[in-house]
Design a protein around this ligand. Structure first.
Ligand code: C2O
Ligand code: CU
Length: 575
């Protein structure tokens, strides 16, 4: 980061405030129903007046529509990729089968469509979606693709809560980005000095003078926010990542780390005409959190490009609420209670797994990463855990690095059991899928791996600081079901997948008889389980895949093809 650039932006922003005033907060459109079409595309967005910045978005130039889904409904989402390169789209927080989850093993090739179909199993909650291609997550998210998912259910419906989208119920995706001197997004940077909500810089939002609900997503690559209101007014957290709390949690501050979601209620009753600002009280952040003056525990530890930055360790404005007249049938009270507490008894756990976070290299430069989990870096071909379906597990996260890591796990929601042996505060006792683990801290959570199993497609767990994730601070697990495993083997023997010739010498043809048309991964392993071939193919009816095997050592080989609707295996001999 050079100073000239910093000053250009600061001067620019100063002029910007005086000349243009503030910007109306962008509220994304909504999509719902049983078929949802998302088009991932390139675009341009005017973050700064008169400058068109190159972006990525879903169904538009930046971000994506808010998906409003109902528990129990079946939905098919057609994700069409037109961004010019491969990506994936992950439903962060949703309990879906691994092949529908949109992780790094489910690439969507440019100019193709991926159509996962699934039932919404989550409780009413705020989730989100974003790309998840290994090594590319930060780039694709920072350039603009992400969107909010609102899940509704019958229990939430009966509560007297604001839920009119864009009227008293607002999605707020908070992000920070770094721009170069021509106002293009720098996708790998520790100098994210421009704050935005729903891609709007210096935003204001008109809110009615009543109880208002904000669904806040921390969509930043690395920065944590310490939310509070400038008038020192109390507000109420009503939901964590996985849904509603037993009762509203009254507070003046709320720390939200990357990947996390909170729903809050703010009471603006009798305040028509006033303006209240949502701030990040970053000056109160302790060392060791990205966003504080010192991202590491020790002031001398360096993170390239981090300081100076007007957002580090200083309080700053996130959003201005301009309070206007009430709506019809306003919600004017904060409810006393919300939902029944759901948690798993610790004694029921089958296993405790320990995950230790450490820097790859020790020393003063360790903040720059990479970081490892149990001394290992992510490997697409290594399954870190095989978890039996319906296992109840305790995961113990130990952070032995000098910076906080928001740990995220796919598939499930968990309950935090303890932080350094202490019961977590009430607002962390709800269902979660991300937890911030501070330097030196040990966090334990409990969860059950239910409903979905697939021996071929893994789920991810990782740090949600996107440079850490892309840098390999990630692992994967498969959930296996003994019963369906045998089913699976039988299925393979029906021989929908044929290899010809067998035995073979120079070339094999993989013949697929099903009436399907999908893109999927064809994987060939030797008898040791070593992957010798892995490629995406279009599998269309009766269209054969040819693989050149001339140079391969003789022996047995195993072919696996897996996707959302089927997964099959066959074997052949190389002479
Ligand atoms: Cu929000 Cu694995 O990601
Ligand atoms: Cu991390």
């Amino acid at each position: 980061m050079n100073k000239v650039k910093l000053y250009t932006i600061l001067i620019f922003l100063t002029i910007y405030h005086f000349v243009h005033g503030q910007n109306k907060l962008f509220i994304p459109d909504t999509l719902s129903g049983s078929v949802i079409n998302l088009h991932l595309q390139k675009g341009h967005h005017a973050f700064f007046n008169n400058y068109q910045t190159a972006t990525l978005g879903a169904n538009g130039n930046i971000l994506g529509p808010t998906l409003i889904l109902r528990k129990g409904d079946d939905v098919k989402i057609n994700v069409n990729n037109q961004i010019g390169e491969t990506t994936t789209l992950h439903w962060h927080g949703l309990h879906v089968a691994p092949e529908n989850d949109g992780g790094p093993h489910t690439p969507i090739i440019n100019e193709s469509t991926w159509s996962p179909t699934f039932e919404i199993k989550n409780r009413a909650s705020t989730c989100w979606y974003h790309p998840h291609l290994h090594h590319k997550t930060n780039e694709h998210v920072t350039k603009g693709i992400s969107g909010v998912i609102i899940i509704r259910d019958e229990i939430e419906k009966k509560l007297a809560l604001p839920r009119t989208y864009g009227a008293d119920d607002f999605p707020l995706v908070i992000q920070t980005k770094d721009f170069d001197s021509s106002f293009e997004i720098i996708t790998q940077s520790n100098h994210d000095d421009i704050l935005m909500v729903n891609a709007t810089i210096e935003p204001f939002l008109e809110v009615p003078s009543q109880v208002v609900r904000c669904r806040i997503v921390n969509g930043a690559s690395q920065r944590a926010f310490n939310l509070g209101l400038n008038n020192d007014q109390d507000f109420y957290q009503i939901a964590t990542d996985g849904g509603l709390l037993p009762k509203p949690f009254k507070t003046k501050r709320l720390l939200i780390a990357p990947g996390e979601r909170v729903e809050i209620l703010i009471d603006f009753k009798d305040m028509t005409g006033q303006t209240v600002h949502l701030l990040s009280y970053a000056s109160e952040l302790p060392s060791g959190i990205y966003g504080a003056t010192n991202a590491g525990m020790v002031a001398m530890m360096t993170l390239d490009g981090y300081n100076p930055n007007p957002l580090n360790g200083k309080n700053f404005k996130i959003l201005s609420f301009n309070i206007i007249h009430q709506t019809q049938n306003p919600i004017v009270n904060i409810p006393n209670s919300l939902v029944e507490k759901e948690s798993i008894n610790e004694n029921l756990s089958n296993i405790t797994r320990t995950l230790t976070f450490s820097p790859m290299a020790m020393g003063m430069n360790q903040l720059n990463g990479d970081f490892t989990i149990n001394n290992a870096s992510f490997d697409m071909d290594v399954i870190n855990y095989e978890i039996p379906l319906n296992n109840i597990e305790i995961w113990e996260l130990r952070n032995q690095s000098a910076i906080s890591h928001p740990f995220h796990i796919h598939d499930i929601q968990f309950n935090i059991l303890s932080r350094n042996g202490q019961t977590p505060p009430p607002n962390e006792q709800g269902l979660k899928d991300v937890v911030l683990v501070r330097p030196g801290e040990t966090v334990r959570f409990i969860t059950k791996f239910e409903t979905f199993s697939n021996p071929h497609v893994p789920y991810m767990f990782h740090c949600h600081l996107l440079p850490h994730e892309d840098g390999g601070m990630m692992g994967q697990f498969i959930v296996t079901d003994r019963v369906s495993k045998t089913k699976d083997d039988k299925f393979n023997k029906t021989e929908k997948l044929k290899i010809w010739p067998n035995p073979a010498t120079n070339m094999i043809e993989i013949i697929h008889e099903e009436e399907i048309e999908v893109y999927d991964q064809v994987m060939i392993c030797d008898t040791q389980g070593k992957i010798v071939y892995k490629k995406l193919h279009t599998l269309s009816p009766k269209q054969n895949i040819k693989v050149d095997i001339l140079q391969w050592p003789s022996g047995g080989y195993f072919i696996k093809i897996g996707n959302s609707t089927f997964s099959e295996a066959a074997s052949f001999i190389k002479k």
